[in-house]
Unconditional design. Structure first.
Length: 102
C-alpha cells in the first residue's frame, strides 16, 4: 500500500488565510513541462473502471502518470515511486508549505 502525503500550509503561522489555491497550483504546475492538469482521474482495474472528479495535476514519470490532487486548499499525493519524494519536497518548498503524512 502506498503512503499518502498532504502538502499543506495549515501548520504555518496565520494558516487560516494561507490555503494553497487552485489558481496558484494551476500557475505553478503550468510552468512545469512534465505536468498536465485534468479534472477527472480515471483508474482502470481488471474488472472495472472508476472515474474520480476533481483537480488533478498529473506528473508524467516515464510511462506512468502520478496524480497530485488539489482538495480543500491542500495537495495530496501517494508515494507510489521513490522519485515522488524529492519532487514532493521541491513542490512543498516552492509553495512555502509543509508535508504531513496522512
Amino acid at each position: 500500500m502506498n503512503q499518502r502525503f498532504q502538502i499543506t500550509r495549515s501548520m504555518q503561522p496565520n494558516s487560516s488565510d494561507q490555503e494553497i489555491s487552485l489558481e496558484e497550483c494551476q500557475a505553478y504546475f503550468s510552468s512545469k513541462a512534465d505536468f498536465i492538469y485534468q479534472t477527472v482521474l480515471t483508474v482502470k482495474g481488471e474488472e472495472s473502471t472508476m472515474s474520480i472528479p476533481g483537480d488533478f495535476f498529473m506528473w508524467k514519470h516515464g510511462e506512468v502518470l502520478i496524480p497530485f490532487r488539489h482538495y480543500m486548499g491542500d495537495l495530496y499525493v501517494a508515494v507510489s515511486h521513490q522519485d515522488v519524494v524529492p519532487l514532493m519536497m521541491e513542490i512543498a518548498t516552492d509553495l512555502h508549505a509543509d508535508i504531513v503524512e496522512g
